[in-house]
Design a protein around this ligand. Sequence first.
Ligand code: FES
Ligand code: FES
Length: 160
Amino acid sequence: MRRDITLSINGQARRLNVDDTASLLDVLRAELELKGARFGCGAGQCGACAVLVDGEDKASCQLEVGNLEGKAITTLEGIGTPERPHPLQTAFLDLQAGQCGYCLAGIIVGAKALLDRNPDPTRAEIAQALAWHLCRCGAHNRILAAVALAAERMRAEAAA
Ligand code: FES
Ligand code: FES
């Protein structure tokens, strides 16, 4: 049913008139021009569309916007900007952790969820947290290294 819905996206209240069964992914991309989250499988199995919902790494293609009022939604755009990149984004760039880049928005979202709850993850913990995020280019080794590098830099910064 089409109705007014207010979503909290990247710290801002966004009022929309949309079908409440529309997926968050469609609303982000088509209504709000937030293109970080990408369509991959449309079935909750690839992670390309991941966003944070109350800090958890979720497949936005599987979430109906009508169920999301009152929840804090963070997209890739809310994690960092070209002017002020998040340490994860800097580490991915520094290690060139990716090839086509299609998976990376979702992977950075997933990594952010991990580092927010565990600032010093082992390689196995990083791999486990990102296990549902597929990378068709096979860039996994560099992706895991980039998350570890970002975590190391963030810990050093926090200790300084
Ligand atoms: S597009 Fe949502 S999990 Fe693949
Ligand atoms: S870098 Fe191409 S899908 Fe991951």
